[in-house]
Design a binder for this molecule. Structure first.
Ligand code: MN
Length: 233
């Protein structure tokens, strides 16, 4: 048995619908600008005929279970929600074709890609990494994983409310790069592993939240998610 100087960090995990065992998390991948209307509201329209998808990552330690209250994060005055469909990888995948991409799918979840929008936009406009805007402690919220091995989801309402008022409402069929395309493309860069999560991008309507706000959201056929914003430290 390996001896460590102190206890190693805990394995990050999520609950699984219908299972007592939790799903151990490996990595968190996020697709940027994957709905046209959101790309436009960010001032960066996407032309799929000449562009490829792009990605950023967050540390697995940023995961937070649905239903939790998160601390309003430090060093931001414009903290945004982004409602997303999350794909859970269940089998190794490297350079997989779109036709075979479904074999890597374990299941799906609802996710919130919480964002320090002020810092993200500064980073974007200065050509700096997005980490301070995106890689936020408690900022990768995820519902339970719903097992759907080999199933490709390509439609279904995706929506988010703040304090009961609808802010985002779209359909997964509006993804610029769909689930098969994302898995195939991402697998060109990474050896995808069981426990990798892919947040597939957010539709239009993103906006700020403040302490005391309650976020709810759903993806039809997958489930629901909830988050309460707590006071800043
Ligand atoms: Mn996002």
């Amino acid at each position: 048995m390996t001896a460590y100087l102190w206890n190693p960090p805990a394995v990050q995990s999520l609950p699984v619908y219908g299972e007592e065992k939790r799903l151990p998390i490996n990595r968190l991948f996020f697709v940027g600008r994957n709905y046209h209307a959101h790309a436009v509201e960010m001032g960066r329209p996407v032309d799929k005929s000449v562009e490829r998808p792009f990605y950023f990552t967050k540390a697995p330690q940023t995961l937070l279970d649905s239903g939790a209250t998160m601390t309003y994060p430090p060093e931001t005055a414009n903290f945004h929600f982004e409602m997303e469909l999350v794909v859970a990888i269940g089998a190794p995948a490297f350079r997989v074709s779109q036709e075979d991409a479904h074999k890597a799918i374990y299941g799906y979840a609802c996710g919130l890609d919480m964002t320090r929008r002020d810092l993200q936009l500064v980073a974007r406009d200065k050509g700096r990494p997005w980490d301070l805007g995106k890689d936020i402690e408690q900022g990768s919220v995820c519902s339970e994983i719903v097992p759907m091995p080999g199933v490709v989801i390509d439609s279904g309402e995706i929506a988010l409310e703040v304090n009961g008022q609808t802010q985002q409402k779209s359909d997964v069929n509006k993804l610029i790069w769909n689930v098969r395309e994302i898995i195939a493309d991402l697998s060109l860069f990474y050896h995808l592993q069981p426990g990798d999560l892919i947040y597939t991008g957010t539709p239009e309507g993103v906006g700020p939240v403040l302490a005391g706000d309650k976020i709810t959201g759903h993806v039809a056929g997958v489930g629901e998610i909830a988050l309460t914003i707590g006071a800043a430290e």
